[in-house]
Design a binder for this molecule. Sequence first.
Ligand SMILES: CCC(=O)SCCNC(=O)CCNC(=O)[C@H](O)C(C)(C)COP(=O)(O)OP(=O)(O)OC[C@H]1O[C@@H](n2cnc3c(N)ncnc32)[C@H](O)[C@@H]1OP(=O)(O)O
Ligand SMILES: O=CC(=O)O
Ligand SMILES: [Mg+2]
Length: 359
Amino acid sequence: MRPAKDFFAPLAVGAPAPPREIPARPSRAIHFFDPGNEKMAAKVPAMVGTVDVLLGNLEDAVKAENKEKSRQGLVDIGKATDFGPTQFWTRINSLDSPWVLDDLTTLVPEIGHKLDVIMVPKVQGAEDIHYVDRLLAQLEAKAGLDRPILVHAILETARGVANIEEICAASPRMQGLSLGPADLAADRRMKTTRVGGGHPGYVVRQDPVKDDLGVPQYDAERTSYQQDLWHYTIARMVDACAMHGIYPYYGPFGDIKDTVACEDQFRNAFLLGCVGAWSLHPVQITIANKVFSPSVEDVAHARRVIAAMGDGTGAVMIDGKMEDDASVKQCQVMVALAEELAEIDPELKKAYDAIEVTA
Ligand SMILES: CCC(=O)SCCNC(=O)CCNC(=O)[C@H](O)C(C)(C)COP(=O)(O)OP(=O)(O)OC[C@H]1O[C@@H](n2cnc3c(N)ncnc32)[C@H](O)[C@@H]1OP(=O)(O)O
Ligand SMILES: O=CC(=O)O
Ligand SMILES: [Mg+2]
């Protein structure tokens, strides 16, 4: 563990200073594309400005024989594209793979000045982040970069979940964490074969009704409620990220056609504190942009509470509900997010600006 006095020191002579704070940049959808897939790659320039993050994926979902093609495709896209307001990320191959060293030693000199964040899969503990941190510093120094590339870890092993705190605290470059439900399910030996989302077998069931004599009727109709398999991990991730001033994300939702359940999963993550989710197909960008933007009703209510609370202390009644110092802070979170998003999304700005704050 580095002592506090060295924590923000560059890890290589000539490397840019690591950030003291991770800026809250909108990242409702992290849109995955395979830079080696011509059809997908061709769509990327037109997606700039329509999605908060474009991520060139080099890891899982890219065939082993295409790894080099995808890496080169990413370099070409990085060089040719003006990303404007859209962030440009990549997911490198896992640290135990034969490809990751070439990923890093190619991408940083070639397009390091364009890359905002490098997503590292299958992170097990602080040692993985320390390795990437030092190597990035050396490569940034060699390439003469003046801005540090941030690091995002995917939480997709049982060990990674157990070490979540030390992963978040491992480097000032840490930007955030994503839940990787597919690899995590495999690593934990969970018995779901789905990529994220719920499972019809994971339910709680209403107690049996009793007859007039108080005997439970086990065979009578009962309601059951499907539960969220990912609640525990997302909640852990949200707490760890909030504690360390970095950002939590829900990961992939593999049932592309089930846009309704995808919206539900994303909304659960939003309500619990996540700032975004992955999009695997263009249709999921629309869902994430909608879900991870506060609704006009929520923003209107939040502004009303803030206005009524004056200096933010004390208690007031609004529509029969008590509001006080704590609930005004919840409202400030909502309004701050709305303001960030309004800066990059003209439609949202129009909708939020049209809100009239009533007493
Ligand atoms: C599970 C753990 C993980 O690691 S998840 C992250 C790794 N997986 C990924 O990155 C998957 C990314 N997505 C994909 O590969 C494709 O979207 C999959 C799911 C295979 C579906 O592709 P496909 O059958 O072509 O869909 P489609 O016919 O509906 O496509 C219509 C047009 O849109 C394109 N498209 C598709 N996906 C993307 C994308 N992610 N980004 C940009 N464009 C995309 C397709 O190429 C197709 O284009 P066209 O209309 O034929 O020109
Ligand atoms: O990489 C993502 C996952 O779910 O695995
Ligand atoms: Mg994975």
